[in-house]
Each structure stands twice: as C-alpha cells, then as structure tokens.
Design a protein around this ligand. Structure first.
Ligand code: FE2
Length: 427
C-alpha cells in the first residue's frame, strides 16, 4: 500500500501530474523523510544531482509513447494508468541512456491539464531536477525569490519514497525538485527499478526489443532551451542566478544570430556543476517575424520550452538511424557545405585542435551542421516541430571539445527555419 504525505496542504492542492490515481489514498499531515542513498548532503540545497525527468503533457500519451519510441528509439519502460490504479491520467516513462521522459495525458474532463492542452497543445511542462532534499531545495529557492508551483509532498510505500516540490519558472514551465530513497532512488531506477509507486514495467512491447537491437545512441540531456517574451531575457537570466544559483555560461546577441529577416537574442545559464545548461531566447527585431515570436504566437503568447538537446557520442550514426526511422529534420541549404570545412577547420587550426575527423561527405549527405570554437568542434542537427503547432522540437548534438551551441550555424539554420516558417504562412 502506498501513501502520500504533505507538509501543510490539502489533497486538492496536490499536483495532478504526480499524484494522479493516488489522490484516493490517505493524506497524512507530516512529510515523510525521503533522503537519498547518495553520500553526504551538501550545504547548498540547490546542488543538483541529475535531471530526474522531463515531463510532457500530451493529448494521447499511448500514441505519443509509440511515436517517440519509433522515431527516436526510446524504451517505453513503465506505465501508470487505469491498469495500475491511476484513474486521473495515463503516464508513460520513456528512457534512453540517462534520459527520462514522462508523458502524461489527463483522463477526466475536470483534470487541470485539459486547459494546458487547449492553450499549448503537446509540450513540456516540467524539467524535474534530482536533489538531496527536495523540501530543503524548494525552501531555499523560495527564500531566493522563487514562486511556489506546489508545496512539498511525499509518495511512499514499504519499499521506498520520493518527495516532490515545484517552483514556477518562465511562462507555463515548472522546475520540480525530486529527492528519492530506497526502491525509488535514482540508481535503482537507472538499474531498471520502478519510477514511483503505481508504476508498472511495460511488458511485451515489440518496439522495445527492436530499439535494443537498433540503437539511436542518445545519452543524456545536453541542454534545454526556453523562449521568453521580448524584453524578458535578462529578467529570467537574473532569476536563474538568484533563485537557482546558476551562472551565465555564454551569450549571443542579434548581431550573432540574425539574417536579413529575423533575429533572436540568447543567454545560456548553467547550473553550478554544469549538470544542465538552460539557454534563454527572446525575439529580436527583424524585417519579418522571429522564430521565437512564431513559437509564442502558437503558444498562447506564453513562454515555454522550445527545444531539448540530446547528446550523442556519434552524430553520424545517430542521425543516420533517426533518418532511417523517418525523423523529419530541418533541411540545411546546399550552399552551407560550400565553405563549412574552410570555416571550421580554420578555427580549429587557429586554436591548436585537430580538424573534423568525421567523413565530410557523410556529414553533407546526412545534412548535419558543424561548428567550432577555441575548445574544439561540435556536430548538431535539429528536427522540425514534433507536433502540429510550430513549438517544441529536439536537437541531436555531439561535442568534440566545443562547449558552445553552434553560433556559426545560426545563419544557415535561420535560413532553413525561415523557409519552413514561410511554408506555414508565419513569416
Ligand atoms: Fe540547442
């Protein structure tokens, strides 16, 4: 028997996304401890251990799970739905490498996620971060000026527990702090254990077998990009510094990221241990509509996550496999490859690094982008939007020393994006 305990709130204030079918269970008045099995807790309660999961709200989690498994090679690892006693929503845990994506669909007409789906379509609600003590991390973030999304609560059973607490970040997005113990500790989950009470392993899913035999090679979240409104980038940069203890990692202005028609500005925030990088984009003035403004126009003028970048050790193998599976990537203009090797290798020679080792013709055939800086180079490619609204998409990135984000590719990328925007009548 599992239970939920909260510090000071009623069951009705619990977030549906986590407690789901467990809302019928007893609510106790005191938060059960959920210490991690990790070594000594730090004095900085906002020290991050991992990205616990990224939470998508979708219209049909069963079909979305199949899509992400088929297109991107995820394991449809666990489920929490009617069959496991969850009568409010259906949740699927997708895994690949150290990536965990939680897909959730509301099942009842009164579920609060219905409104989010109407406003935003399928998209990302929460970037959940593992910490040593979720309650203490939440309290520290609130003391630092963060606004509560929901107060701490713990789900537990005889085998272990997990504590959750959420703060609001830009627009509709939330950061949940998660601390885990016993059977639900992160090492146990990585070893194949259950994500939470009321989850069950998915059995006999043919795509899981297929994906184990045809790997896409996605390892972990490299970065997670947010789009905010015009004039709000610095507000959220300061927010990540003051509330989360992040530091500025890089910044780009509209001189770096512009074409004749559109532009954006971007600053990259990184957690103290560089576990996660969170670039923040805002639109910049151009002759035509910025891609960031297009996102906002189709996202109810509300900031949100624009893209997730997944790291691979082998860009060519990953992109070849994803293309074979039918992933729809942006088309890079042919002209891009006329001077890319000159540009990139000149930068690498100047900074004393080896030239790009990947086969140039294959890079071109696969339509992959390459860029370099004084630390090395990177290969990257972007999907088209993953749903009908031109909002969220994925990036596949491989780093060979470079810790940047492909500044030298922005122009080619924007030209490709503008071509797509034009096709959608949004330029
Ligand atoms: Fe990116």
């Amino acid at each position: 028997m599992s239970s939920i305990s909260t510090k000071k709130q009623s069951a009705s204030k619990l977030p549906f996304e986590i407690c789901g079918g467990q809302t019928r269970l007893a609510i106790m008045t005191k938060t059960a401890p959920a210490t991690t099995t990790s070594s000594a807790a730090p004095t900085d309660h906002l020290a991050l251990i991992d990205v616990d999961y990224v939470h998508f709200i979708v219209g049909n989690a069963k079909q979305a799970a199949f899509f992400y498994a088929q297109a991107f090679g995820f394991q449809v690892d666990q489920v929490s739905d009617l069959t496991t006693g969850n009568r409010d929503s259906a949740k699927y845990l997708l895994t690949q490498g150290n990536i965990r994506i939680l897909l959730e669909t509301p099942l009842t007409p009164t579920h609060p996620f219905n409104k989010e789906l109407t406003r935003f379509g399928d998209g990302i609600k929460d970037i959940a971060l593992t910490v040593f003590d979720a309650e203490k991390a939440y309290e520290q973030a609130v003391r630092n000026g963060g606004e509560s999304a929901y107060e701490p609560y713990t789900v537990s059973n005889a085998t272990g527990s997990a504590t959750f607490a959420g703060i609001k970040t830009y627009g509709r997005a939330v950061h949940t702090f998660v601390s885990r113990s016993g059977a639900y500790s992160l090492p146990n989950i990585k070893a194949g254990g259950l994500f939470l009470p009321n989850f069950a392993k998915v059995e006999n899913y043919a795509l899981n077998t297929y994906n184990r035999e045809h790997v896409c090679g996605l390892k972990f979240f490299d970065h997670c990009v947010g789009n905010v409104e015009l004039g709000k980038m610095n507000y959220w940069v300061n927010w990540y510094e003051q509330v989360m203890g992040f530091k500025m990692f890089k910044h780009f202005d509209d001189a770096d990221i512009s074409t004749e028609y559109s532009a954006l500005m971007s600053k990259v925030m990184a957690s103290g241990n560089h576990l996660i990088k969170m670039p923040i984009n805002e639109p910049a003035a151009g002759k035509r509509k910025s891609q960031i403004q297009e996102y906002l126009d189709w996202h109810d003028q509300t900031p949100g996550v624009q893209h997730l970048a997944f790291r691979t050790d082998d860009e060519l193998t990953s992109v070849a496999e994803l293309r074979r599976r039918g992933v729809d990537f942006l088309t890079i203009p042919e002209a891009y490859y006329k001077n890319v090797w000159e540009r990139v290798n000149a930068l690498l020679i100047k900074s004393g690094h080896e030239a790009v080792k990947e086969d140039h013709q294959r890079v071109r055939d696969l339509g992959i982008l390459v860029d370099a800086d004084d630390e090395g180079y990177l290969l990257q490619l972007f999907t088209k939007p993953l749903q009908d609204r031109p909002t969220m998409f994925f990036e596949i990135i491989c780093r060979r020393g470079s810790q940047s984000f492909g500044k030298g590719n922005f122009k080619a990328l924007f030209e490709s994006l503008e071509m797509e925007q034009g096709r959608r009548g949004n330029l």
